[in-house]
Write a protein that binds this ligand. Structure first.
Ligand code: 3H9
Length: 704
């Protein structure tokens, strides 16, 4: 399915103006989220003009029907030419209105929606409402006055926080900051009308944000803020543009500030980053719609869950459900392992309490939902079981046989395996239709990605339930098919292979890590391996040794490093050396080991250009992604993009590997792959048929 062209069910906006006594009530009803599309803007402008012109209207209330106040500009229109009236024009007309205009906010007033509210003279909201300017998450900045009006209302420090971070704030907080005038308990429409009546009765002066001046908290507020986000926002353009725009609110007259905001907005709108981030926005929603599982497929009720195995993975998975208020039975084979798992969970919660991000009362509530056990019998009534035991087919089959014997009819049996065959696991039960993979990523309580693996016999309602459960526990679930390593690890294996080949050909771990870090990954492959634990990759390698190519077998650098007892961060050394704060430094011993290895293998080391490193690491993955598409393991390239963004830190502003490939052009990718086929062999560098076909037709994965 095309990615930024997700079904644009453009429901015509219906905006009406009603009179309630002397209050003009503008009602906007533009489902699903009252996005400010061209029709919505035009109708809003017309209703406003009518209310201003009506001599019997003393004040105007702006109210939205449905689940939310305006959720912002219509993002789908950003790829098309602007049709007047633009949102900046509408906000200006609202602010210019000679009568009080009051925004009545429920749900989420976001982006252009909040900008409309900021242009109103007063704002009231229900307690559950949120307001925010999340444009940075789309690679943009507010473009309808948000960066100029908000600092004038709440001061620079708070405005920077809201605009640059992009996270919406609750109504109560917005009121304390000065962005909301009153909280309305009970019915919002009536409350807003009463507020408007009072404004008229009190002859309150219109409060136009443009007439205020922004409070600047100290001379270093901008520099300090920029420094505070440098690490987290590395590589992103929009947050830094947002700071420039807010600065303009303090240095320029209002109208000039608006012009500056517009310039910066337009520059970002055209940027590759924003295109990528908009793609991610729609892809994150599109992953929920899956082929073979119609939207209305009934799901099974999941009220209780069991997790098998209380190791790092099992404990993390258990926490995901406890956090969502779902009771968890945690099963282990020995009391010692069980105690260790419970202790791990308690420790993680305790550290959140110490940091102030979680209250003790909430920890206690979550822990009360946890039932540790050694008895399979305690799994009799649970609705969903997730197995997270040792990665060994024989062990998994034994576990699933036991689950089959004890679990109630209709329970979903899931495996957290990261590469074993789900169909084979399912075959060890009498109910393969209820079996699937639910592959969490480590640390499971933190990482957003959930690969739900649909087996050959998994029935649609089981897949649909797993997708829904994923959402309930705050993950981004992606439905994939059965293959070795599924989507993420299968592609990662290709990148890892190239990274090790590059080491023996002449690169260093530092160089490879730097190239991928500079591309935008949070860390390079060797730093990541050290963090995950080299023993994990080593065990995986040993289990697959017979299936490796002669060159991969002979590239035994990992064996050599692990044989030294260097398992990465946890042992203080791996590819790097770590101090007690886990800060990495390079280790000459590793370089010596690599050089000796190249000599042993008869490989003459050469200086490898950064570009080659980048191409070999990325194009090997992209080629594998094309094969994954070809084989129907996922339905669309966007599924792969989401796996890589949420599971492996692929930079959001590059849109995921398949989007990135389309951006640079499949022809370029194909030419490079053919070049590497010449120099490195067809065994590793045979282009996927789909890639060849699309590149030759001048198309992208997007159109596949
Ligand atoms: C902006 O405002 C720029 C201005 O500063 C300047 C202009 C000059 N447009 O998320 P959901 C669709 S930039 C178009 O599943 P929820 C969404 O794709 C905008 N479509 O619901 C989905 O469609 P489908 C700044 C939109 O209840 C459906 O609505 N605003 C938009 O989980 C339901 O969405 C934002 O960034 C939109 N603005 O969450 C807010 N918003 O069913 C973006 C949603 O076909 N929106 N859709 O997949 C959100 O954060 C969430 O949608 C919201 C509801 C919290 C509102």
């Amino acid at each position: 399915m095309p990615r930024t062209k997700t079904p644009a069910t453009t429901t015509p906006a219906t905006t009406t103006l009603r009179k309630v006594g002397r209050i003009g009530l503008i009602i906007v009803d533009h489902p699903p989220v009252n996005a400010l599309s061209q029709v919505a803007r035009r109708e809003l402008g017309e209703a406003l003009a009518a209310a201003v012109a009506a001599t019997d209207v003393a004040a105007i209330v702006l109210w939205c029907a449905g689940r939310t106040f305006f959720a912002g500009a219509d993002i789908r229109e950003f790829d098309k030419p602007l049709v007047e009236p633009g949102l900046p024009e509408i906000t200006q007309r609202i602010e210019d209105a000679p009568k009080p205009v009051i925004a009545a906010i429920h749900g989420t007033a976001l982006g252009g929606g909040f900008e409309v509210a900021l242009a109103c003279h007063f704002r009231v909201a229900v307690p559950s409402a949120y307001v925010g300017l999340p444009e940075v998450k789309l690679g943009l900045i507010p473009g309808a006055g948000g960066t100029q009006r908000l600092p004038r209302l709440v001061g620079v420090a708070a405005a920077l926080q809201i605009i640059v971070d992009g996270t919406p704030v609750p109504a109560a907080k917005a009121q304390v900051l000065g962005a909301i005038d009153a909280i309305v308990e009970g019915d919002l429409m009536n409350g807003a009308i009463a507020f408007a009546e009072q404004v008229v009765a009190d002859r309150r002066q219109l409060r136009r944000a443009r007439d205020l001046s922004a409070k600047v908290e100290g001379p270093n507020v901008f520099a300090e803020f920029e420094q505070s986000i440098a690490r987290k926002q590395r590589g992103f353009l929009a947050p830094f543009y947002a700071i420039k725009a807010v600065r303009a609110a303090t240095e320029l007259p209002f109208d000039e500030g608006l012009r500056r905001e517009r310039e910066l907005f337009m520059e970002l709108l055209d940027s590759q980053q924003s295109k990528a981030q908009r793609h991610v926005f729609f892809a994150e929603r599109a992953v929920a719609r899956i082929s073979g599982v119609p939207d209305l497929t009934p799901t099974r009720d999941i009220q209780s869950v069991a997790v098998l195995g209380a190791g790092t993975m099992g404990s993390g998975i258990a926490m995901c459900f406890l956090n969502a208020g779902i009771p968890v039975t945690l099963l282990e084979t020995s009391q010692e392992n069980l105690d260790r798992g419970v202790h791990t969970i308690r420790k993680i919660y305790a550290s959140s309490v110490a940091k102030g991000s979680l209250q003790q009362k909430e920890t206690d509530r979550r822990m009360s939902l946890l039932q540790p056990t050694l008895a399979y019998d305690d799994l009799r009534d649970v609705d969903l079981v997730i197995e997270a035991v040792f990665e060994d087919m024989a062990v998994k089959k034994d576990v699933f046989g036991k689950l089959d014997a004890v679990c109630k009819t209709g329970a979903i049996l899931a495996s957290n395996t990261s590469y074993l065959n789900i169909d084979e696991i399912a075959a060890s039960t009498t109910r393969p239709q209820d079996v699937l993979g639910m592959h969490f990523f480590s640390p499971a309580n933190v990482m957003k990605l959930l690969e739900n693996v649909r087996g050959e016999r998994t029935v649609p309602d089981v897949s649909a339930t797993a997708m829904k459960v994923g959402k309930t526990i705050g993950k981004v679930p992606v439905l994939v098919g059965v293959c070795d390593g599924f989507v993420g690890n299968r592609m990662l294996a290709k990148r890892t292979r190239e990274a090790y080949f590059l080491l023996e050909e002449g690169a260093t771990p530092q160089q490879i890590d730097r190239v991928l870090y500079d591309f935008g990954f949070p860390m390079g492959p060797f730093a990541m391996a050290d963090l995950a634990g080299l023993d994990i990759g080593w065990r995986n390698r040993k289990s697959k040794l017979e299936r490796l190519s002669p060159r991969e077998k002979a590239n035994n650098l990992l064996d050599k490093i692990c044989e030294l007892g260097r398992f990465g961060q946890k042992t203080g050394a791996g590819f790097y050396r770590y101090d007690d704060k886990r800060a990495a430094t390079s280790d000459p011993l590793i370089l010596e080991l690599i050089i000796a290895h190249s000599q042993e293998r008869g490989i003459t080391r050469r200086a490898i250009p950064d570009q080659e490193i980048l191409e070999r690491c990325l194009y090997s993955m992209i080629n594998e992604g094309a094969k994954i598409l070809e084989e129907g393991i996922v339905a669309r390239p966007l599924d792969i993009d989401i796996v890589w963004i949420h599971g492996f830190g692929f930079p959001t502003y590059r849109g995921g590997p398949m989007f990135y490939a389309d951006e640079i052009g499949l022809k370029t990718v194909l030419e490079a792959i053919r070049k590497y086929r010449e120099s490195l062999g067809a065994e590793y560098w045979t282009p996927a048929a789909l890639l060849e076909k699309l590149a030759e037709q001048g198309r992208g994965f997007d159109s596949s």
